[in-house]
Design a protein around this ligand. Structure first.
Ligand SMILES: [Fe+2]
Length: 439
């Protein structure tokens, strides 16, 4: 889940010795057993505190990798983080990661939450101003039915970080949905100077300025970046023609999404070429801190073509991608408009201007973790923050795993919408939910 530790920085700033390098390389090639052995040796033998920490982070990552690959349970990650906290008991990050890992397990494996509680309490002992630890404790208390304690924790998290949208949302629910809590959060983001949705005009003759690049990175993590004409019109018109031909004949099983595998070979090849040339090579390096450091981005298998007739009414509700398809932090969903869309034109993408720093699981998605909420409540609280940009064919929107998004319709829409979407993960986050707080 939303592990907010700064452990990832160790990897970003540390110049690894040869052994550690090998461990990380094994991690990069999915040879988890080998990576794990190397990290264990470093932890036991190294005299450098920094090496130990990085190796511990790597070890935790290997376990999370097993988890993500379905080979072992998330309890492995918990085991390695427990080990990490026993070797370095004053490292706030490991405790926070441990607590967060507990929040991520299935309800059936949760037991009484003793270890989860201990982890967050330890974080607070080491850092009294950790809004993340208070939020985690709030989640735990709520799950255990201690609503009064949960309220106090969410309030404390909000005192420490007034823009903590998920703390505000959960407090709002517990308090019987008072307008004031919602208003305070909206007021906060009305005054906030950092934009959560930015637009970049792509022009092949113009390199992006350092300021633009910085804005993109900041925004992409918790917000949305729209690259206007990210795909040149020549490529897009050809793609559009072929996709329309195919999508209008397609027999939809239940909604408006067409799994990429169902598309004909030729079309798939074309889309992949465009992704490779325009997105992977040109846009991806701009949105990922890690690709600049030489990490390869890995495609996630979730890839779709979307076809929305204007009157279908089959809207995708406000949701975030995190609990459904990913638990990685350096995650980017790309959404590519093949046709024009937006208010009054065609069914379009709605995005939230208030950033979330934690996931919210929906009851309807039935993920099986603690404290899920009905989608309707997410709409009630965050719906007023929904922004509906207009898109032109060739525009590319990208956002991270916590961005609330949906499909919107209005009566005036006359046209159909075609788009495709796909995902990439870069950096150590490919293996793990442990590394979360990147620059
Ligand atoms: Fe989505």
């Amino acid at each position: 889940m939303g592990l907010k530790t700064k452990i990832g920085r160790l990897l970003a700033t540390f110049r690894p010795d040869e052994n550690l390098k090998n461990g990380l390389e094994f991690l990069a090639t999915n040879e988890f057993h080998k990576a794990r052995e190397i990290f264990k040796i470093i932890i036991e033998k190294s005299n450098s505190l920094k090496s130990k920490k990085t190796a511990l982070a790597g070890l935790a990552a290997t376990h999370m990798s097993f988890h993500n690959c379905g080979a072992e349970k998330s309890s492995e990650a918990i085991q390695s983080l427990k080990y990490a906290t026993s070797v370095l008991p004053n490292e706030e990050d490991f405790w926070l990661a441990l607590g967060d890992c507990w929040l991520d397990v299935k309800v059936s494996d949760f037991d009484r939450g003793d270890e989860c509680k201990k982890a967050f309490q330890k974080v607070i002992q080491l850092n009294q101003s950790s809004a993340d630890a208070y939020y985690g404790l709030g989640m735990l208390n709520q799950h255990l039915g201690d609503m009064q304690d949960a309220r106090v924790c969410y309030e404390r998290a909000l005192d420490l970080r007034p823009g903590h949208a998920t703390a505000a949302f959960r407090l709002w629910l517990l308090e019987g949905e008072p307008e004031k809590i919602k208003r305070n959060l909206y007021d906060y983001y009305d005054k906030e100077k950092t934009k959560t949705i930015i637009e970049i005009q792509m022009d092949s003759n113009r390199p992006l300025t350092p300021l633009e690049l910085e804005a993109i990175r900041k925004t992409q993590k918790y917000g949305t970046v729209i690259f206007r004409q990210g795909i040149p019109s020549a490529s897009i018109s050809d793609l559009k023609k072929q996709t329309v031909e195919f999508a209008t004949k397609y027999e939809f099983k239940k909604n408006t999404s067409i799994p990429f595998e169902d598309a004909p070979d030729e079309l798939r090849k074309k889309i992949d070429e465009v992704i490779q040339k325009e997105i992977f090579q040109k846009i991806m390096p701009k949105v990922s801190f890690w690709s600049e450091k030489g990490w390869q981005s890995m495609p996630n298998p979730a890839k779709w073509i979307q076809y929305f007739p204007p009157k279908t009414g089959r809207a995708t509700p406000f949701h975030l991608d995190h609990p459904v398809v990913c638990q990685e932090s350096d995650w980017t969903t790309f959404w590519v408009a093949l046709t024009d869309s937006g208010p009054g034109v065609a069914p379009s993408l709605g995005i939230c201007r208030i950033p979330l720093y934690e996931p919210i699981d929906c009851e309807e998605q039935n993920i099986g973790r603690i404290n899920p909420v009905p989608i309707s409540k997410i709409m009630d609280f965050f719906g007023d923050a929904m922004v509906r940009p207009s898109f032109r064919a060739g525009d590319v929107a990208c956002f991270g795993r916590y961005m609330l998004h949906c499909t919107v319709f209005d009566e005036a829409m006359k046209q159909e919408r075609l788009s495709f979407d796909f995902r990439y993960v870069t950096g150590p986050a490919r293996f793990s939910g442990v590394f979360a707080q990147f620059y």
